[in-house]
Design a protein around this ligand. Structure first.
Ligand code: BGC
Length: 768
């Protein structure tokens, strides 16, 4: 099977050869033949995507049947070409997926005039979100914390395989939104705050799913959908789908790189940002959707809206006085497919009329349908509309689960370890209190998009995920471990009542009995709008629990499981050891327990800045050096960057020494090398990070920018040379005219173990 997956399919080779010769490929010819026979109504139907829920008849016992009469109206009468989402809003076994999509495909291919297969899309954003028994991975933010592209590649491969096992060919992933605002409720869905880290991992997640040759007709590959193009993640309020102000050069400099890398990697489709930038909803932005994406970046795949977002141009944004006008704005801006997702009759009627009236040019409709048909051909759906679960014996297998564990284990980030409190020796027989609301929560480990949209569904499947309390109990011996959550998410999050005081008393008493406390705090699962926050600080009940447990006077290990960095500065100074697990997924509890016990030497690094204060939320690539001070000594400035933990930070149980850094350059090429040695007595992994500082520039330069990184494994006493290859283009930035320029002048390269733990510096002068 493995040798198969790397073979180029005949269709892919054909397309490659023909497009190299500048001739239309066989696929292009098939698309044109089909397009030439289609009516306007059929074309408009192809541009419509519906959610599956209205077509589902629940049987009341967890099963369902399809409402075929309603479906026929949509697929046969209106020619609807795409569906999304999961029946009953809850993950389904592969066999169920396989058979109901096969039935949809039968209706589309046998009962419609043109026989065009449907394209079904699902959000399988960290493995099989909606596929029961599939492999669930850590969320992307944890994947980013591994700083190891191999994990992104492997997650992509396994996700694609298991999606095809479920007869699903199209994934609404990866998420490439820049995680530059910790308040944003979708922080965890992306790769964190750095454009370069996001580019490297995004590329791997695309290649993992689409294959090295992007031969998406391969039975183990799927088409990816990059989202949410562009500038979704930094609304001014920090809340989902609220207005953002982003200068164009900022969009290009920070938000675009990960998308550009993933497009260069061949990603087949793009989903549009639901938000508003500079007063223009992105769904109506011709400048972003056509000027940038098509004309500048040359993307020719499918652009799909986000959920109900054409209608929002009317109902939410008041940009269009009618739904019809909203459709006109969006389609003319460059949208190919509308995730309607319910009122398709109105959409189809309005778009038909718009085309007939000439308000949407026929050429625009043809262009959109051409791209959609092409994707369906490329996915092999015409030849083979279905894949069958029985052909995928590795679905949810142990090897896949191991890959999820390996990613989780490499993600766990040791943020603090005063007095080498960790690791705790299981043989020492210490009494451990495991407390906090995450001690017995599965949701808190897996996050949203797990079994159900908001992630609560995982609690109905204890067999899929161990809790932290269970895993720690197994690792350290159940008789040594007492579990008292102290607070639960079921309780109203900010109500102090007698019940809570009693539970705090109980937890504090248990802490006094224990030798060490493992305090499991963070967030309950959420996603999108329901995850909006008014206060980034950790929930007050958890904060109070922390204070009470700390007051018991025993050493405390704080284990965080959270989608975004909730502020802990009220009590963090009193805690000697802090472990960030992010949202490590169903294997995360074992990974955390193994880190606590020293069976795994932690090697995760923060993919974002962990802020300390609500009014200091800057990213590491802020302006001005940290040591910058007002020249007038009477006004003392805080540094501009004063976080709890800096970007790229993460400790190990061993130590690494850097030496012999050197830089050579020739023409445009720059080569930087450094020797890294494991100077401790345990094997460990280090993420060697290379930053550049532009000392003077015609626009205020960022204080530093990550340019390269490499994660290496070293045995005790072992030394390795790490070599980074750059070109002067890596030092370029967007100027006020939105041109990318590399300005001559002095640069400083910094090599470090984090963005502030710099171990070597090298000067470089970029000549004219
Ligand atoms: C989300 C998208 C998702 C879509 C389909 C939207 O609400 O913003 O990320 O792909 O729903 O489920």
């Amino acid at each position: 099977m493995n040798s198969l997956r790397h073979l180029l399919s005949a269709a892919a080779i054909g397309t490659l050869l023909l497009s190299c010769c500048g001739m239309p490929s066989e696929t292009d010819r098939r698309v044109e033949r089909l397009l030439g026979q289609m009516t306007l109504a059929e074309k408009v139907g192809q541009m419509a995507q519906l959610t599956i829920e209205p077509f589902i008849l629940a049987d009341g016992e967890g099963g369902f049947t399809l409402d075929t009469a309603l479906l026929r109206e949509a697929v046969v009468d209106y020619g609807v070409g795409s569906l999304l989402n999961v029946p009953l809003s809850e993950s389904q076994p592969a066999e169920v997926w396989g058979s109901f999509i096969a039935e949809l495909q039968r209706i589309a291919t046998d009962e419609t005039r043109m026989g065009i297969p449907l394209i079904y899309g699902v959000d399988q954003v960290h493995g099989g979100t909606y596929s029961l028994g599939s492999t669930l991975f850590p969320q992307q933010i944890a994947l980013a914390a591994t700083w190891n592209p191999a994990h992104a590649r492997r997650m992509g491969e396994i996700t694609a395989y298991e999606m095809r096992a479920c007869n699903i060919p199209w994934n609404f992933a990866p998420i490439l939104d820049l995680g530059a605002d910790p308040r944003f409720p979708r922080q965890y869905e992306g790769f964190g705050e750095d454009p370069y880290l996001g580019s490297v991992l995004g590329r791997e997640l695309v290649k993992g799913q689409e294959g090295d040759a992007n031969d998406v007709d391969h039975p183990e590959h799927v088409a990816t959908c990059l989202k949410h193009f562009l500038g979704y993640s930094v609304p001014a309020s920090g809340k989902d789908r609220t207005p953002a102000n982003i200068p164009w050069s900022t969009l290009l400099e920070y938000h675009l790189p990960a998308f550009r890398a993933a497009l260069d990697a061949g990603a087949r489709s793009v989903m549009v940002n639901s938000g508003i930038i500079d007063n223009c909803p992105v769904h109506a932005s011709h400048r972003i959707l056509t000027g940038l994406l098509r004309d500048e970046l040359g993307f020719d795949g499918v652009v799909v809206t986000d959920y109900e977002d054409l209608e929002k141009l009317h109902a939410r944004d008041r940009l269009a006085a009618t739904s019809k006008e909203a459709i006109r704005l969006g389609i003319n801006a460059g949208i190919d497919m509308a995730m309607i997702p319910i009122d398709y009759r109105g959409f189809c009627r309005d778009l038909r009329e718009l085309a007939e009236e000439g308000a949407v040019p026929m050429s625009r409709i043809d262009e959109a349908v051409r791209r959609i048909l092409k994707l369906k051909f490329e996915l092999g759906l015409f030849e083979r509309p279905n894949t069958r679960p029985a052909d995928y014996p590795l679905y949810g297998c142990d090897e896949h689960r191991q890959a999820s564990y390996a990613a989780a284990a490499e993600a766990i980030t040791l943020l603090k370890n005063d007095g080498a409190l960790l690791p705790l020796d299981p043989a020492a027989g210490k009494r451990i209190l495991v407390c906090g609301p995450n001690a017995e929560s599965r949701r808190a480990l897996c996050g949203g998009w797990t079994v159900t949209w908001q992630g609560h569904g995982i609690e109905r499947h204890p067999e899929l995920c161990k809790t932290l309390a269970e895993a720690i109990g197994e690792r350290f011996g159940a008789r040594n471990v007492e579990v008292i959550p102290g607070v639960s998410y079921q309780a109203h999050e900010s109500r102090y009542d007698t019940e809570h005081r009693d539970r705090f008393d109980e937890a504090a008493a248990a802490a006094r009995r224990a030798d060490v406390v493992v305090l499991c705090l963070g967030e309950n699962s959420y996603c999108e709008k329901p995850g909006d926050l008014n206060d980034l600080a950790l929930d007050p009940l958890q904060t109070e629990l922390a204070e009470r447990v700390i007051a018991a006077g025993k050493p405390v290990v704080l284990v965080l499981s959270e989608g975004r960095p909730r502020l802990i500065s009220k009590f963090s100074a009193k805690i000697p050891a802090i472990v960030q697990s992010y949202l490590p997924g169903p294997q995360g509890a074992d990974a955390v327990a193994d880190v606590l016990a020293g069976a795994v030497n932690p090697s995760g690094k923060l993919p974002y800045t962990y802020p300390a204060f609500p009014n200091s939320l800057s990213v590491y690539y802020h302006k001005y050096a940290d040591e910058q001070r007002n020249t007038d000594a009477t006004y003392k400035y805080e540094g501009d960057y004063n976080p709890e933990f800096v970007f790229g930070h993460g400790l190990s149980y061993t130590t690494f020494a850097y030496s012999g850094a050197k830089l050579t350059h020739e023409g445009d090429e720059i080569v930087i090398a450094v020797d890294v040695a494991n100077t401790g007595d345990r094997a460990g992994r280090e993420v060697v990070q290379l930053y550049s500082r532009d000392l003077y520039a015609s626009l205020i330069p960022d204080v530093k920018r990550l340019r390269r990184f490499e994660k290496i494994a070293l045995q005790p006493g072992e030394t390795r040379t790490v070599e980074f290859h750059l070109t002067t283009d890596d030092l370029a930035f967007y100027d006020l005219e939105n041109r990318r320029i590399a300005e001559p002048g002095d640069f400083l390269f910094e090599i470090g173990s984090s963005s502030s733990d710099i171990r070597a510096t090298l000067n470089y002068n970029l000549q004219k």
